[in-house]
Every structure is written in C-alpha cells, then in structure tokens.
Design a protein around this ligand. Structure first.
Ligand SMILES: [Fe+2]
Length: 296
C-alpha cells in the first residue's frame, strides 16, 4: 500500500495518542520491531515539539552511530572528489561530528552562527507550503531518524544523514543559504498550487540534485546527490542538460530511482543569476508565462 513513490513513510496518530510510522513492507527496517518502535518514538518527539523550544533528544543505538560513522567517512572521501568547493568550505566551517549521530539541536547550534539557519524536527512529510515557506525565515525542517543499520548505504526515505550531511553542510555556506532563503520567499509569494509546485521542482533540480561546472569538471551541489553513497558515483554519467527554469519546473522525476536527468549550472554565478534571480522576482504570473511556453 505504501510501496510506490512514498518519499516519506506516512505517520499516523492513533486514537489513544500513540504515534505510528507506517513503513512499507519493502523498507529494510520493516521486520525489525525494535527499530520500528524507535521510529515511532522519534516521530512522536517531532509531533510534540513546539517551535522555539529546544529540539528533543532522540535515542540512537550503537549500531546506528556506527552507520553514521561509516557513511560519514565514506562520503567525506567522495565529497573531495565530487562536491563543489562551496560545499566543502561549508562542511569545514560546520564541523559535524564524524563518529556519532549529532542531535538536531546540536546541528542547529553549529549552523546558526554561520548563516542564521536553524533546524526544526519533522516527523515525516511536511506540506510543501510549510516546508518551503519557513526557509525564508532561516528554518529547515529535518527528519531525525536514521536508516536501518542492515543497509548503511541505502535509504528509501530522507534520513538524518541526508538532512544533515547533505543539507546542513550546504546551509553552512552563506551563498547557498541565501539561495535556500530565496526559494522560501518565492514559495511564500506563490498563490496557486501549480506555481508552488513549479518553485519546488526548480528546488528539486538545483538544491536537491543540482550539478555545476567547476574548473572544467562536473561537480555536485545538490544535497540528494551529496548524501547518496551510490548516486554520487553516477551523476556524471546521467543526462546532463543546461539550466532552464521552464524545463526544470515541468520535468517529472521519480523519487525512487537515481535521477536520470540533471541540470548543470555553468558556475555559481550562473546558478545565482538564473535560479536565485527567478526565486527573488517570480510570482504566479511569471510561472504561468513559463508554463505556457512549455505547453503545446
Ligand atoms: Fe532534501
């Protein structure tokens, strides 16, 4: 029932107040009742959190800390080979722990002095308008659970490795942080769902899965690529197209597979001039014009 295209496992609150994360039968942690209990408890923490209060502490097992240590070490090596400079600088400035999963409050405290961003805990899917809108206020919704320890290099859903190693290292860069804020301001201006989805798709193909030419080499800056042990090795072989707002805003993607179509910025300036300027200036009419150019 939740097999297909469920980026986030649904979270339900039962009549007795208990919180249940509904993992698909194909999820690596489906048959692990202890893991599922922990997922439920972590989701309940986020649902009970009031913005402004400290983020509740999540409990992780030694095996889970080990997953973080393993993936963090492997990704750091790959980042030096494949990530854009601005990301590497961000990672250096942020200084995430390498051997244990950081608490989200700790990530937030490291990040805030650098670019003003703070983290908020999310139980699962956050509605588009809320997720993007609060980026304008320097707030980033993040899941708190970690993938199942049986498959450390795979996750069917965004976990804390994606949210923190992918996004927090990026958000530690003032230039990237400004792009995230611009996406948030754009989302807030959008009145129709169609226009909001257009903005979110441009975000998907840039800040989640964007690639950039740097010193003649194709490098990644999208958090989805930079947090994926497998995808980071594959992106250079994908169908790479030039940055094009109308195409990015209307291209369909499959969240369950590696992204086959990627969009390349010629430089950081190019990304800011094209995508940053779009987010800074767009409104519903601008999106309608872009969409009408794509319709037969
Ligand atoms: Fe993400």
């Amino acid at each position: 029932m939740f097999e297909e295209a469920q980026y986030f496992a649904p979270v339900a609150t039962r009549d007795d107040g208990s919180v249940v994360v509904e993992l698909a039968t194909s999820h690596p942690g489906f048959a692990d009742l202890v893991y599922r209990e922990r997922r439920n408890a972590i989701a309940a923490l986020a649902l009970g959190h009031t913005p402004g209060d400290p983020i509740p502490v999540a409990e992780y097992t030694d095996e889970e800390h080990h997953v973080w240590a393993l993936v963090s070490k492997e990704l750091a090596v790959k980042h030096h080979k494949y990530a854009v400079r601005e990301f590497l600088r961000g990672a250096e400035r942020l200084g995430l722990p390498e051997h244990r999963i950081p608490q989200l409050q700790e990530v937030s405290d490291l990040l805030h002095p650098l670019t003003g961003f703070r983290y908020l805990p999310a139980a699962g899917l956050v509605p588009l308008r809320e997720f993007y809108g609060v980026l304008a206020d320097g707030l980033f919704h993040s899941t708190q659970y970690i993938r199942h320890h049986s498959v450390p290099f795979y996750t069917p859903e965004p976990d804390i490795i994606h949210e923190v190693i992918g996004h927090a290292n990026t958000l530690a860069s003032p230039r990237f942080a400004e792009l995230y804020r611009a996406a948030g301001r754009a989302a807030r201006r959008m009145e129709t769902t169609e226009a909001l989805e257009f903005v979110s798709k441009v975000f998907w193909f840039t800040l989640e899965f964007g690639v950039m030419r740097e010193d003649g080499e194709l490098r990644a800056y999208g958090a989805g690529i930079l947090s994926s042990y497998g995808e980071i090795e594959e992106f250079r072989g994908m169908d790479i197209r030039p940055l094009d707002l109308a195409v990015m805003g209307t291209t369909k993607y499959d969240i369950t597979k590696y992204q086959e179509v990627l969009f390349e910025a010629a430089s950081f300036d190019h990304l800011e001039d094209t995508v940053g300027t779009f987010w800074d200036t767009c409104d519903d009419d601008a999106v309608t014009r872009l969409l009408s150019g794509r319709r037969p």
